[in-house]
Write a protein that binds this ligand. Structure first.
Ligand SMILES: Cc1cc2nc3c(=O)[nH]c(=O)nc-3n(C[C@H](O)[C@H](O)[C@H](O)COP(=O)(O)OP(=O)(O)OC[C@H]3O[C@@H](n4cnc5c(N)ncnc54)[C@H](O)[C@@H]3O)c2cc1C
Length: 366
């Protein structure tokens, strides 16, 4: 039996699409499904604040059952393992097979890992967050690694380093980035971050591309090995293994190629959004995934009702980035400007809590 709609992953774009359908009073056709590995979705924007002790876990995750109940979706706990795009046949990691008329994929990305790994270290992706959350709980309970290394040099890596330094004062933190620190941000953001790292005892090595994890160390062609007890990957985005084998058109890296209506360029019955997809001019970031949400909601609804998807997503050329610095301040970056202030953290908190309030249907309004 075929479902009218299967939504894979409760990423930002899907959550916003569901919120829109609730506001419009739209009910999906009976038999439609949302597949998610967990009964809730973590909100990455608040993760560093949670690790630093600013938020409780419940404030940072969204229960999916109320959103599904309100839109007529069935929540199916599972993980997509393989997609046969030509037949819109989905296989979950349990072996279960599902077929659908329309498929929408918003399952995020994984963190690229060093190509060689002898498994001598605990390697933890920043995403999916549940893994890092589990380690963080163990570390908080007193078993923190002596030497903790974060790989990556973007906003997520910086926020995680500052948050974990605060949470785990007994760990020696090192950040290794393959390029210059915060390369996609204004130069002032990197300067401020370098000085914060120096003040807080976080070791920073820039322009070191780690190619191997070997005998408890991180190895590169450019520098001596760096010893570690645990490694966190905040290395940007790589596609899930099933994506390049799905039959969907992808870019060179394996992200699903989509057009401005958020439909696959090869299979228009399949939509993709957020970090799993490749759209010209659209960076992989939560801000852009959120902005795709209303377009996705409208276009999926049109497709399910037999009409053509008409709304087009035009990525904005720049977006405000707010990096929490684990000291009651945040670093605001916009275009060439970077400024660290309490006002920036106030704004970040405001935007994050408004976002969560609009999606946490299980929480009383407050
Ligand atoms: C620590 C950290 C902080 C960040 N802070 C910010 C920020 O402040 N602002 C910003 O713009 N970006 C931020 N980002 C980046 C942001 O998290 C991502 O760009 C964004 O989450 C992408 O959203 P998405 O809609 O693609 O899906 P995601 O939010 O990645 O969600 C994907 C969902 O799909 C599920 N899923 C995964 N695989 C499967 C599968 N096989 N089957 C079914 N379900 C699956 C996952 O469980 C998850 O719920 C941060 C990232 C990190 C790591």
């Amino acid at each position: 039996m075929s479902s009218p709609l299967i939504m894979v992953g409760a990423g930002h774009a899907h959550l916003i699409a569901l919120r829109g359908w609730i506001e419009q009073g739209y009910q999906v056709p009976p038999g439609s499904i949302l597949i998610s590995p967990e009964p809730h979705a973590w909100y990455s924007g608040m993760m560093p604040g949670m690790l630093a002790g600013r938020w409780q876990a419940e404030q940072c995750r969204i229960a999916l059952a109320p959103l599904c109940d309100a839109t007529g979706l069935t929540l199916h706990i599972g993980r997509l393992a393989h997609l046969d795009a030509d037949n819109r046949l989905l296989e979950l990691d349990s072996g279960e097979q599902l077929r659908s008329t329309v498929v929408s994929i918003n399952s995020g990305a994984i963190n690229p890992a060093p190509p060689d790994n002898d498994q001598s270290l605990a390697v933890i992706g920043a995403k999916p967050f549940a893994d890092l959350f589990h380690y963080w709980q163990t570390w908080q309970a007193g078993d923190s690694p002596e030497k903790l290394v974060i790989l990556g040099g973007g906003a997520a890596a910086v926020e995680l380093a500052l948050a974990l330094q605060k949470a785990l004062p007994r760990s020696q933190l090192t950040l290794l980035c393959a390029s210059r620190l915060l390369a996609g941000h204004p130069a002032g953001a990197a300067r401020t971050t370098r000085s914060l790292f120096a003040q807080r005892g976080i070791t920073l090595h820039e322009n070191i591309a780690v190619t191997a994890i070997e005998r408890g160390s991180l190895r590169s062609a450019d520098a001596p090995p760096v010893a570690a007890d645990a490694v966190i990957l905040a290395t940007g985005t790589a596609p899930a293994a099933w994506q390049p084998q799905s039959g969907l058109a992808t870019d060179k890296a394996g992200f699903i190629s989509i057009d401005a209506t958020l439909q696959s360029t090869s299979h228009p019955q399949i939509f993709a959004s957020g970090d799993c997809a490749a759209l010209a001019g659209c960076p992989h970031s939560g801000v852009y995934a959120v902005r795709q949400g209303p377009i996705l909601g409208a276009n999926l609804r049109a497709q399910l009702q037999g009409g053509p998807p008409q709304l087009r997503f035009e990525p904005q050329p720049r977006a405000l980035a707010l990096l929490a610095t684990a000291d009651r301040q945040a670093l605001a970056c916009y275009g060439p400007l970077a400024l660290r202030s309490r006002a920036a953290l106030w704004l970040k908190n405001r935007l994050d809590t408004d976002f969560m309030r609009s999606l946490q249907l299980d929480c009383p309004p407050g």
